[in-house]
Design a protein around this ligand. Structure first.
Ligand SMILES: N[C@H](CCC[C@H](N)C(=O)O)C(=O)O
Length: 284
């Protein structure tokens, strides 16, 4: 099968975007992993499938698959911005505010005049069972509004905040992201038994109350240059610990995202770039 695709990135987190609005696309996990493979396929952190939906008041559905594992996941922040850029540039909609459903969320996205995209990512979730995270037998250290859970990682004690942005995140504060043990602790946290659906592992460095640096070892993809939901989870965790103000610039290795959260049940707003790199086709 000849499969046309669009290669995109949001702050360096890269995607293969597929149009399934005209005809359904049913790819196997092996085919999805092939698309994500940087040597034998196209290469991408995630594969995004754009579909129509019959849900009233919703414009599209988009499905997200991790490029390393081929598994379908609930949410992708950088991917949602590229989704908007894609449907507007492809003429699939004439709206500039678009409502899209994912596996477990409904997002509202707005294309700004400067080409950046703002996404209402919904409210964060902290209840362990809904992350999901198993805290049984653990005593958290509570800092301001935030329980910090002691996790045994490679024989070291790591303190994490467990947050869901629709997908699971474990966020720890580090003094310097450049020297943080992302390569060793990342995979150990990703597959930690206390996260039954595995987890995205965030390493957050607080520069000041409005600026942070972040690296994320992503579930099913490894370390990416940026992680949108990871940036949301990290800023929310920092605000709950009393370390950050409500609007924070997040410097990632691939670019800058701006995250806003007013606390409580307020939605997390994420603004950042969405870039089309090239159009291509691959024989699957
Ligand atoms: N690896 C993530 C999905 C992609 C999230 C990330 N690329 C983003 O921008 O939010 C997970 O398994 O939950």
């Amino acid at each position: 099968m000849r499969l046309p695709f669009t290669k995109m990135h949001g702050a360096g987190n890269d995607f293969v975007v597929l149009d399934a609005t005209r005809a359904p696309l049913d790819l196997t996990e092996a085919q999805l992993r092939h698309l994500g493979d940087r040597h034998f396929g196209v290469g991408a952190d995630q594969i995004l499938l754009v579909e129509r939906t019959a849900t009233p008041g919703v414009d599209f559905r988009y499905r997200i698959f991790n490029g390393g594992s081929g598994e379908e996941v609930e949410q992708c922040g950088n991917g949602s911005r590229c989704f908007v850029r894609y449907v507007v540039d492809k003429g699939l909609t004439d709206k500039s505010t678009i409502r899209v459903e994912t596996l477990n969320s409904l997002l509202e996205l707005r294309l700004q005049n400067d080409g950046r995209v703002t996404v209402d990512m919904g409210a964060p979730v902290f209840e362990p069972a809904r992350v999901p995270f198993d805290p049984s037998g653990l005593e958290p250290r509570v800092v301001a509004d935030s329980p910090l859970w002691p996790l045994d990682v490679n024989g070291e004690r790591v303190e994490i905040a467990a947050v869901s942005m629709g997908n699971p995140h474990a966020v720890q504060v580090v003094t310097d992201v450049d020297t943080a043990p992302v390569a060793t602790q990342g995979p150990a946290i990703e597959s930690h038994p206390r996260f039954p659906r595995r987890v995205n592992a965030g390493f957050l460095q607080v520069v000041d109350r409005r600026h942070v640096r972040l690296r994320v070892y992503e579930r099913g993809a490894g370390e990416t240059l940026a992680c949108g939901t990871g940036a949301c989870a990290a800023v929310v965790a920092g605000i709950r610990r009393g370390l950050l103000d409500a609007v924070v610039d997040v410097e990632t290795r691939g670019g800058r995202l701006t995250i806003e959260w007013q606390g409580g049940d307020a939605p997390v707003l994420m603004t950042g770039p969405a870039v089309t790199v090239y159009e291509g086709a691959i024989e699957l």
